[in-house]
Design a protein. Structure first.
Length: 369
């Protein structure tokens, strides 16, 4: 019995020694393993608030941002909240302040030039909060806004391709452009659109109108009908919610419209197929992809806060959507050729950024009927 007990004691001692050795040889310290910590820093599930200075339902810009929230949830496991601040500017600062004071939100996202100064103000007040702004950039001079990442887009590139599509498809030689407000971003669309149209057809004529805001669908429709009455058979709309009036006007007159921001033919396909059949293509500004990519980088700890990046064709953040059957294979091939030349740098697309009012007017005058 004593002999048996000695053997048992020896076995236990060896077992304990092996356990100690194996534990000591582990490359992970206690509490640092993936299982113990619940995942690496890159696996952290962030809570994101997206504040829209407008409303959903435009089937374009703001809807694309909301789709970004869905992508963050499905692809990154984030918790998201989309907040419609409406077009009432008096609500924007209070809503942004409330979100900034909410400890549940890791990242707050806003968009457009209308939010730029407001974000600069709030970001300074809440230096520990992280922000992303899309379709605009804050002022980073003198080390300002180190907690903000800005996304801008080369909308002039997709607009160039839209101009090619319009100029090569029109039967009248006249195409139109209806913008929301006359600002630099909208004029960047216009400048690219005109350059692309002229590249495809040097004799093209382009009619230009502005709604004066991004909400008045009735006025947008009036402007569209006026352009159609002047001979335009394709109209490019860059007017967010107001652009729905452009689509309505073109469908009523059985003329083609070029959508903006989202693939509007797909957006209308199930809800209003009659309108969908008059959407020639759409100039895409992939807000959804760009903000999801930014949040993914934030999740990994690699997002470049304190900087602005401009995304275009090369980054797959602008381009054209699905083509209507009116866009022939030959035209599609030519659009592809132009796209490749833009990405290679052999074609430099003009921009409204840095242009004076007189220079913008000269661009319009070059294609005026």
């Amino acid at each position: 019995m004593k002999f048996g007990k000695r053997i048992l004691s020896a076995i236990l001692a060896v077992s304990m020694a092996l356990t100690f050795v194996l534990t000591g040889c582990s490359s992970e310290e206690p509490g640092n393993s993936t299982a113990a910590s619940g995942g690496s820093a890159a696996d952290k599930k962030l809570s994101v608030a997206i504040l829209l200075n407008g409303t959903l339902g435009d089937k374009a810009f703001f809807d694309s941002a909301a789709n970004g929230a869905k992508m963050m949830e499905s692809e990154l496991g984030c918790t998201t909240k989309v907040i419609e601040m409406t077009a009432d500017e008096t609500k924007w600062i209070p809503a942004l302040t409330d979100a900034s004071e909410n400890p549940d939100y890791d990242i707050i996202i806003v968009g457009t030039w209308q939010m730029t100064e407001k974000l600069e103000q709030i970001a300074e007040q809440y230096p520990d909060k992280k922000y992303i702004i899309f379709d605009s950039s804050v002022d980073y001079k003198d080390g300002k806004c180190p907690n903000v990442y800005s996304i801008e887009y080369k909308q002039n590139e997709c607009a160039f391709l839209a101009g090619v599509a319009g100029a090569l498809t029109t039967k009248t030689g006249k195409i139109g452009f209806v913008g929301g407000m006359e600002n630099t971003v909208i004029n960047d669309f216009l400048v690219g659109y005109i350059q692309g149209a002229k590249a495809a057809n040097p004799n093209i004529k382009v009619l230009t109108s502005y709604v004066g805001n991004f909400t008045d669908t009735a006025h947008a429709k009036e402007l569209t009908l006026a352009q159609i009455n002047q001979g335009a058979d394709i109209v490019f709309q860059c007017a967010s919610n107001a652009g729905l009036g452009v689509i309505d006007g073109c469908a009523q007159k059985q003329k083609y419209v070029i959508g903006v921001d989202s693939d509007q033919a797909l957006a209308f396909q199930s809800s209003d197929p009659t309108k969908a059949q008059y959407i020639l293509t759409s100039a895409l500004k992939r807000v959804d992809i760009s903000i999801t990519t930014a949040v993914k980088e934030a999740q990994a700890g690699t997002l470049k806060y304190g900087k602005s990046e401009t995304l275009g064709l090369a980054e797959n953040c602008v381009g054209l959507g699905t083509y209507n059957k009116a866009v022939t294979k030959d035209v599609q091939d030519k659009i592809t050729e132009f796209s490749k030349k833009i990405q290679s740098g052999s074609i430099k697309v003009d921009t409204a950024f840095g242009k004076s009012t007189s220079e913008i007017e000269a661009v319009k005058a070059s294609v005026k009927p």
